[in-house]
Design a protein around this ligand. Structure first.
Ligand code: NDP
Length: 323
């Protein structure tokens, strides 16, 4: 037997239960891994509450690092004992051991420890596709990043800075503002009510070509008002709830704006894209350009406390659950 956090119904953090589960066996093309660390992500909250659907009972979680224990038939590019990490579906990371399609795993270089590996994959690959593919930022541009002291946020601030971009970070407290500044944000706005006016002031009226918004419902309209004509609104999350249906005429009125609602799953669906993005991420981490801040750790068995902290906006940077 192994241990896993399972949910039997959608709901609050209390629906997560630490249970015995049979040790899974890897099928064809799969690997059995022992987790050394599991990444906590906001998407775990969406699967717990039912905003994102899964069959029940379910083991939630989409990110981890660990060691390969066994391989199914047909897996030729991994060996038992390899150090690996992954991000993305299928869910099932909140477990001491799990099986996963082997083509979702990447090797973890010796210089990257397991906690960093579990913290960096989902949030780091997200920062990678947002900054390099959804809207390929260019040196000298100014961008807006919401939740700039969060997991994705701190990585985006550092990576954008490295690319020569001016970051306007948005956070909820002065302490988070300090953290975002320390990680490369050139300007930090506490609270978003006056954001368009602040962006106007900072950009001398030009506004920004892109807003990266993982907050969703509460900030959508405010973010649109920060964009220059033909600007791109990137809604990549729902921390405050999903954005309700949009009247497309609003995009016309505000300057022929573009909107996208991307997900990492699309950007890493092809193995070649996953490998290329992970290589870029590992490179900036290895160079020290992007430091992965594991600012909270919790025992995996206490995942409920981690969810309460994340939803309560009490975390900064990344959080790791230890099996
Ligand atoms: P964070 O560490 O950023 O935590 C969420 C942060 O959102 C909070 O700390 C808080 O920062 C801010 N926030 C604003 N309003 C609320 C609210 N009402 N309730 C809770 N938090 C709020 O989480 P992650 O780094 O894991 O994820 C950031 C976002 O990116 C999430 O929306 C997530 O779903 C999304 N995401 C999307 C991916 C994709 O491919 N589409 C992949 C990965 C993440 P503050 O207090 O400063 O406002």
């Amino acid at each position: 037997m192994t241990k896993a956090i399972r949910i039997h119904a959608n709901g609050g953090p209390e629906v997560m239960r630490w249970e015995d589960v049979p040790t899974p066996e890897p099928g064809a093309g799969e690997a059995l891994i022992r987790h050394e660390a599991v990444g906590l992500n906001y998407i775990d909250v969406y699967f717990r509450t039912g905003l994102y659907k899964s069959a029940l009972p379910a083991t939630i979680g989409m990110e981890g690092s660990g060691v390969v224990l066994a391989l199914g038939v047909g897996v030729t590019d991994l060996a038992v004992g390899d150090r690996v990490a992954y991000a993305g579906g299928p869910i099932g990371a909140y477990a001491t051991q799990r099986v996963i399609p082997a083509d979702r795993l990447v090797l973890l270089p010796a210089e990257i420890d397991f906690n960093t590996g579990a913290a960096m994959m989902l949030q780091g690959l997200t920062a990678q596709y947002l900054l390099r593919r959804t809207f390929p930022v260019q040196a000298g541009q100014t961008i807006v990043v919401h939740a700039a002291a969060g997991g994705v946020g701190l990585i985006m601030c550092q990576w954008a800075k490295y690319l020569g971009v001016n970051v306007i970070g948005v956070v909820s407290t002065p302490e988070k503002a300090e953290l975002a500044r320390e990680h490369g944000a050139d300007h930090v706005i506490v609270g978003y009510q006056d954001l368009p006016a602040e962006v106007k002031r900072i950009t001398g009226g030009a506004m920004v070509p892109v807003v990266y918004d993982g907050v969703g419902k509460d900030t959508f309209n405010i973010s649109l008002d920060c964009l220059a004509p033909l600007g791109l609104m990137v809604v990549f999350g729902n921390a405050s709830g999903p954005v309700p249906p949009v009247d497309l005429g609003v995009l016309t009125a505000k300057g022929s704006l573009f909107v996208t609602r991307p997900t990492l799953a699309t950007y890493t669906a092809k193995r070649s894209d996953l490998v290329a993005a992970a290589a870029e991420l590992m490179d900036v981490v290895a160079k020290g350009v992007v430091k992965i801040r594991v600012n909270q750790t919790f025992p995996l068995s206490e995942a409920a406390a981690a969810h309460i902290a994340l939803e309560g906006r009490k975390t900064t940077g990344s959080t790791v659950l230890i099996p």
